[in-house]
Design a protein around this ligand. Structure first.
Ligand SMILES: *Cc1c(COP(=O)(O)O)cnc(C)c1O
Length: 572
């Protein structure tokens, strides 16, 4: 249990931040990946900046899942068991939502994110596992991204409609509702009902729905650059599960003719809409013509994503850095050997963990590549193995690779990808030392982004809306070696902050398979630039590490991101 936020904080009107997943602490497993970690970073930063914010999410008592990998890399999933009592306070407030005609009780657990600055942001974790609810309704908040379409819709009713009701019940006044992706878009329907005009005041029945009022209250952030990634529900299912919150003809105008498209619903009812990187803004404007869509490039929470040895270094040379990441501009003051020593310390922490969990012993003097992200086809974790003989020739014992990442339980291709990496790892173990860490989470992420020498990213353009792990790497002086997509288009200066893979992006739609061209560029740069520089020009290498901090971390942090949300989205 943690302390309550100071009482005066509850009086001021709030920005309510809604997210299906929030990664706030490693032992609160209510996140699966980038979206949740971004939400956590947003909240931590808002606390640092003393923004008047409250956050709402789902408790997911069984978490996402624990990943087991056998010796062939075959993944098995287990539910997580954790006890919210240990870190959160159950509130007395209860509300109900209607699901399939039943009244479903919802309660909330409060967790307060407190900053050393004195700021505090409460998070309310919604929970339907309450005595009195039907057994199936008690499970609604158990699994993150589990179950079928009906299960997802029920969760979204609890999050969107239940979330607004809960904040109201607790007594908050809300001045903006920020939807982090479409999962919480149903909150707009609850707001439409709340701000309904009296029927006798309007000349057309439709004008009962004060769309402009709701729009003035809502902010929508989209994260998905491909059409198939957006939540959609057939109207028959919608009517069966939630009835008519608003008349079906009105809902269809707002949420799409054929299906209820949660992104469209959010877009139609938000005054401010944004994508999460410049390129992603462009891709989104193409995908949803007719909407004004801005771009606020993501950032990461500087303190959370800096490892201990670099924290010490920054404390010594750039005091105040954690709440003012702009101070990274002065990274040039830090002597080379101190940067290198801090890096070698981080490398040791990672290699000790690799040894402890996989029994694989890695050599700290060898150039080490890190690759960790959701195991799914478009991320192309195996691009570096396109021509394995060539990789062998290039590396000649000069390269090590560390992997991590879970595949979604239903993503068979993603699972096959892990197995493929395992088989290559076995086959070539005498030539290239490789490790695959299981159960990727926030702790492992920090160890990896700080403990490798370069951070590899090879998504198929333009699938990576932003990406954030590469930003974490830069906070630890680790350079990116990545396809020009998402944030890296903005952060990349060739041979200065890191290296690109493949051509400059021009397209905004999915392009043909570019594997061969990208792989070729990857091998060329590894062989001719990266490997020689790492072993023979350590001074230049460390200069680039400084640039990663002074040019990338300086900008791609969540403090800069939140200041933009405040001035462009929240205060309008
Ligand atoms: C940062 C983070 C991610 C997101 O990384 P991407 O580069 O966006 O794929 C995913 N999972 C965990 C555990 C993280 O810490």
């Amino acid at each position: 249990m943690n302390n309550a936020c100071p009482i005066e904080l509850t009086k001021e009107p709030k920005i309510a931040y809604f997210s299906m997943e929030i990664g706030i602490r490693n032992d609160i497993p209510t996140y699966s990946g980038g979206l949740g970690v971004l939400a956590g970073d947003t909240i931590r930063t808002s606390a640092d900046l003393k923004l008047p914010m409250v956050a709402v999410t789902i408790l997911t008592k069984k978490g996402y899942f624990i990943q087991e990998l056998d010796e062939h890399g075959k993944q098995t999933e287990y539910p997580v068991s954790w006890d919210p009592c240990r870190s959160m306070t159950l509130l007395p407030a209860r509300i109900t939502v209607q699901i399939e005609g039943r009244d479903v009780l919802v309660q909330a657990w409060e967790y307060n994110v407190e900053s050393l600055t004195g700021g505090c942001v409460p998070i309310f974790f919604l929970d339907t596992d309450i005595e009195g609810n039907a057994p199936e309704d008690r499970e609604i908040t158990h699994y993150l991204y589990g179950g079928d379409l009906a299960y997802r819709l029920k969760q979204e009713i609890v999050l969107g409609i239940g979330g607004v009701r809960m904040l109201h019940e607790i007594g908050f006044e809300i001045k903006k509702y920020h939807m982090n992706e479409g999962h919480s878009s149903l909150l707009t329907l609850e707001l439409l009902n709340r701000f309904k005009r009296p029927i006798e005041d309007v000349w057309d029945e439709k004008l009962v729905w004060d769309v402009d009022k709701v729009k003035s209250l809502c902010v929508f952030t989209t994260h998905t650059p491909i059409d198939a990634g957006h939540d959609r529900f057939p109207y028959a299912l919608v009517i069966k599960i939630m009835g008519e919150q608003i008349p079906l003809n009105v809902l269809k105008e707002l949420g799409g003719k054929e299906d209820l498209n949660m992104t469209r619903l959010g877009l139609n009812l938000s005054e401010f809409i944004n994508g999460v990187a410049k390129k992603h803004g462009e891709v989104s404007r193409n995908m949803f013509p007719g909407y004004e869509i801005s771009a606020i490039t993501n950032g990461v929470h500087t303190f959370t994503w800096t490892c201990d040895s670099f924290k010490n270094l920054f404390d010594k040379h750039l005091p105040g850095w954690a709440n003012e990441p702009e101070l990274f501009v002065r990274v040039g003051r830090i002597p080379d050997y101190e940067i290198w020593n801090a890096h070698m310390e981080a490398k040791k922490v990672l290699f000790d963990y690799v040894k402890k969990t996989t029994q694989i012993v890695m050599n700290p003097d060898i150039l080490t590549i890190g690759f960790a992200r959701r195991a799914t086809a478009y991320k192309r974790a195996d691009l570096i193995f396109s021509d394995i003989e060539r990789l062998e020739r290039i590396s000649e014992g000069k390269l090590q690779i560390i992997y991590a990442g879970k595949a979604h339980p239903k993503d068979d291709l993603g699972k096959k990808l892990i197995e493929k990496i395992f088989s290559i790892k076995e086959k070539f173990k005498d030539k290239i030392a490789m490790a695959y860490l299981k159960n990727y989470d926030m702790d492992i992420a920090l160890k990896m982004v700080s403990g490798v020498d370069i951070w590899l990213n090879t998504p198929l353009r333009p699938r990576e809306a932003s990406g954030t792990s590469g930003m974490k790497a830069t906070h630890n002086g680790v350079m990116n070696f990545s396809v020009l997509d998402g944030w890296w288009i903005e952060g990349h200066i060739e041979g200065f902050t890191g290296w690109s893979i493949g051509p400059s992006p021009t397209e905004t739609t999915l392009t043909d398979n570019m594997d061969t061209r990208d792989a070729d560029d990857l091998y060329n740069k590894l062989e001719n630039i990266i490997i020689p520089m790492f072993y023979k020009e350590r001074h230049t290498w460390i200069r680039m590490m400084q640039n990663a901090i002074g040019k990338n971390a300086y900008y791609f942090n969540c403090h800069r991101m939140m200041r933009r949300y405040v001035t462009e989205a929240y205060i309008r």
